[in-house]
Structure formats: C-alpha cells, structure tokens
Design a protein around this ligand. Structure first.
Ligand code: SF4
Ligand code: SF4
Length: 538
C-alpha cells in the first residue's frame, strides 16, 4: 500500500467543501488549515481566468519534515502516509522550515505541529479521507498509487500530471491533472493580501506595505493608461486571490542562540590555542575566566533554544528520544558533550582553587605536550562541531533556499572565530595583555572579519545566484525591510567597527571591539533567519 492523491483540476469548482470537511473531521482550529483551495487570477476582464489549486501535504515519498524532526513526531507510515504525533512534538517548528510546501502549522490549542494526515483514522477502517467523500465533483481521488488496477494509478498513467516543486527531490505523491504553473509555483504570482477574498492576514504582515503601493498604482494608472498592479500591466496580471498566511516560524531567539553558541565555541577554541602557545595554564585565572564565559554562553544557548520552543517543558525529549537523522538531535548531543568538557575543566579549576589533594598532579599530566595534544585536539573538534552543526540543520530545512548556501559551514566556523577572538581581546584588556596571545587574537579577528566579508559579499550582495527564491531573500536582506539590520548591524557593527577601533584607537578598547562584533553577529543572524522566511512556499 502506498497512498497518494490526485487532484483533477478539470473538475474542481473551487467550492471549499474539502477545506470545510477537513476542518470538521479533524477539529482544525480557526486561523489554520490542513487543506485549502488557493485561487490565482490571471488576465483582465473579459479575458480573465481563475485557477484553483487544492493545497495540502503531498505525503512525500522522501519527506524532509520527517528527516528534520528531532523526536519522531513527524513520521512516515508503512502505507505511505506522512503522519504526526502531537503527544511527542516539542514545537521546535523545524518541520515547518523543512516542508517546501507550507503544509504544516502550529495548532494554536495544543502548540504542536499538525497537517493533513490523509485521515489515517478513516483509512485504517476502510473509509476514504473526508475531503474525498465530500467533494461534489469527485475532483479529489485517493488510493494506492502502487496498485496498477487502482483508479488513482490509472489517472496518473493516462494523464499529464504535475507535482509541486519536483526539483527539490521530495517526490510528492499528490498529482495535479492540468496543474497550472501560476498556482503550483508560489513565486510565479504577486501576493498582495488586500486582493485576497476571504483569507485572514496576520496582524503587522509586512505585505501591507506592498499592498498600499498596489492600490495606489491601480488608482493612478486607470486615469492615464493601462491598469497596473504591483508594477505589472494588468493584461499580464497574475495575482493570488485566496491563500493562507505565510507566517515566519523562527524569530530572534534563533539568532540569539546562534550568537551565544558561536561565542561559546570560539572562546573555547581561543583557550585551547592559548594553552597550546603556553600562555595559559589549565588552572590559571585566564583559563578560569574563559571557561566560565564558555559555560555562561552555553547556558544562554540552551535558554534561547528553549525560548523558541512552543512546548519548552518537553525540551529534554531531544536528548532522551532522539531521532538521529535530525541535526537538531545530533546538535543537542554535541552541545551536551561540549558542556561536559567545559564543566570538567571548571571542576579541575575549582579543585585547584580549593587545593584538593592530587589536583596538581592531574593538571601537570593534562598539560604534558602529548596529553594536551590528545584532549585539547579532541575537545577542539567538538567545539568546531558546536560552531558548525547548525549549517547542516539549515541544509535539512528544504523549504528555505537562502539557508542552502554552500559556504554556510565555513561561515559559521569563521563567525565562532570572530566571536571568540573578540571576547579574548576584551578579556585581555580587563586582566592585562598576554603578549603573543593578544597579537594572535587580533590576527584571528582580522582574518575572520575579512573572510566573513567576502562570504557576505558573494552570497548576498553581488547575488549571482540564479535561484529566484534566494534573490528574493537577498533583496529583503540587503535592500528591503531588513536593510538597516543588515548594513548598520551586520556590516558596520560586526565588520567595520571592530577593525576601526583596533587599528584607529589602540589596544585599550577591547570592550567596544567585542560588543560591536557580537552585536553585529546577532544582527546578521537575525536578518539571515528572517529574510530566509520571506519567500512563500504555497
Ligand atoms: S515535506 Fe511537507 S508536503 Fe512533504 S510530507 Fe512533509 S509536510 Fe507533507
Ligand atoms: S518536534 Fe519539531 S520538527 Fe517534530 S513535529 Fe514537532 S515542531 Fe515539527
């Protein structure tokens, strides 16, 4: 058994009976939808058309929502249905970022992820999904797509069918007969919510700005020329007239978590470098303060991770019931391992401070070149994993093209080096310079900022990327609604200010260098997270 859907657009009359039946059958709350009929209008009266598209989960054969879920709350059944378990969900919203089709929402009552589950409770007892039964035109066909004698298989074989975004490789199992590009491709049409007929638009939706301009253009140009909407001549008009909200699932806590995580990993790597250079000792004040900073940054990382969860009280499930293909689970275990290393170092420091017996011998043993190389090298690899694993989590978020950049792991490593070296420079200003170590930190900071600037320039500013969704995100980031965060925060505070202070004001301004670098890092991550979510997926 391998369940799938066919939507026959030759028959669909856009009546929304399926949306209503689904709401009723599955008790879907107001404001969210498991299935809906997207409307797109083309042309201008009398040569206008309205295109319908029943839109929902595609029960993909290769579902990225399942791969990214850290606790197996999204899962694929043996009958091909992609189902969810609200009792297991922690509300991390990673599946929303992974689904390239906008099929998942957070249930406002349970604060857990939900979506079309093919009415699994009905199919298990031999009934068809509620939408199939209610459709007056029999435009929705369900069944086993692997059975050559089934109606659905024959419809697929005997008609030209299309799926949404086949290029992503998710292998959707919802096939449209006479599917239209203007509805299948979410960025082929202008999305102006005031032209929507009934759908609610999120309060404070940034589309409102585009909206006002669109109305102005329509009014102004009727008097002296062809009607224009969103800058397009109306004869060529393609606009959405009914759709759901495209809410952003991740906000500032994710940017804050990336910043504190980079600070923890970077500071630890600087500490290891200091020990390798012989300017820090495992029991000295520099080592104690740096380890403490790493620990505080790690605790803050955990707090920001929890703040972003819809069900923070379920956070420990990422550790105790991990789904190992998810980089959220892998990352959580990397953070746990790293936390253990930092606590051990602090424990040795504390024992030395309390003058506990035999600690001196342990310290001496740990600082022997061969042992230092072994544990310092191994723990540094863990720190590098802490800095970079999120790049692989972003790669699993297949719904966000901006986050698929090939230099992302390198950039995250470089960001950790910038944060760690800036924190060290500040620390050395406070406790007194440590000669070679200060020069080393300045070199790392300058090198990191230079590499970061090249990556930011090539990935976001020159923008040779041919993927339209990436260009749209970059537009929002560099020239659109996030431009102040990007230029003032990310570029000026994060790149220009630390270098200007270091070379223009001398060595006594480490605090300004660190604050600028860390605030700049936060601003960059903030726009990267939000701009990546500006492109609609349905
Ligand atoms: S990726 Fe989206 S469309 Fe595909 S199975 Fe998951 S929720 Fe459904
Ligand atoms: S735990 Fe996260 S990824 Fe899994 S279903 Fe819930 S919100 Fe989605």
């Amino acid at each position: 058994m391998n369940y799938g859907f066919v939507i026959d657009n030759r028959l669909c009359i856009g009546c929304h009976a399926c949306s209503t039946a689904c709401k009723s059958e599955n008790e879907v709350p107001l404001g969210v939808n498991r299935t809906w009929v997207k409307y797109v209008e083309t042309g201008v009266f009398p040569d206008s058309s309205r295109h319908f598209q029943v839109t929902r989960c595609n029960h993909c054969a290769n579902p990225p929502c399942v791969e990214i879920c850290p606790v197996t709350a999204m899962f694929k059944r043996s009958d091909g249905i992609v189902d969810f378990d609200g009792d297991a969900c922690i509300g991390c919203k990673a599946c929303i970022q992974a689904c390239p089709y906008d099929a998942i929402y957070i249930d406002p009552d349970t604060l857990t992820a939900a979506k079309c589950h093919y009415c699994a409770h009905r199919t298990e007892i031999g009934l068809e999904p509620a939408c199939v039964v209610v459709c007056p035109e029999q435009a929705i066909i369900s069944g086993d797509i692997d059975d050559p004698h089934s109606t659905i298989r024959q419809l697929i074989d005997n008609n030209q069918v299309k799926t949404r975004k086949p290029e992503i490789g998710t292998k959707p199992k919802l096939f449209y007969i006479e599917g239209s590009t203007v509805t299948l491709d979410p960025i082929a049409s202008v999305q102006i919510p005031s032209t929507y007929m009934w759908s609610d638009v999120e309060a404070g939706n940034k589309h409102a700005g585009i909206d006002k301009n669109a109305n102005k253009l329509t009014k102004a140009s009727t008097a002296d020329g062809p009607v224009k909407i969103g800058g397009k001549v109306a004869e060529h008009m393609v606009q959405v007239s009914y759709d759901v909200n495209h809410k952003k699932a991740w906000h500032w806590p994710v940017a804050a978590y990336l910043t504190t995580k980079a600070s923890a990993a970077g500071t630890y790597l600087m500490l290891m470098c200091a020990m390798a250079m012989g300017v820090a000792d495992i029991g000295d004040v520099v080592s104690r303060v740096m380890s403490l900073i790493v620990l505080v940054a790690m605790v803050a990382t955990g707090v920001f991770l929890c703040v972003d969860l819809e069900r923070p009280e379920r956070f420990l499930r990422v550790i105790i019931r991990p789904q190992w293909r998810s980089w959220l689970s892998r990352g959580a275990w990397i953070l746990v391992g790293f936390g253990g290393i930092v606590i051990s170092i602090l424990g040795i420091n504390l024992a030395a401070w309390l003058e506990i017996k035999h600690v001196d011998e342990l310290e001496n043993m740990l600082l022997r070149p061969a042992t230092l190389l072994a544990w310092g090298g191994a723990s540094s690899i863990v720190a590098i994993c802490v800095a970079t694993y999120t790049a692989y989590l972003f790669r699993q978020a297949k719904g966000r093209e901006l986050w698929q950049g090939k230099y992302l792991p390198l950039h995250m490593g470089v960001q950790a080096a910038i944060a760690g070296s800036a924190i060290c420079i500040m620390l050395m200003n406070w406790v007194g310079g440590v000669g070679d170590m200060y020069s080393f930190c300045v070199t790392v900071l300058c090198g990191g900022i230079a590499i970061s600037a090249v990556i930011v320039y090539s990935e976001h500013i020159v923008d040779k990327n041919r993927v339209t969704a990436v260009r749209m995100s970059n537009q929002a980031m560099v020239f659109g609604e996030y431009r102040i965060w990007f230029w003032v925060g990310g570029i000026f505070c994060g790149h220009v200010l630390p270098l200007t202070v270091l070379f223009g004001a001398g060595t006594g301004f480490g605090t300004i260098v660190a604050v600028g670098a860390l605030f700049g890092l936060f601003c960059y991550e903030y726009v990267f997270i939000l701009a990546g979510q500006t492109v609609p997926n349905s």
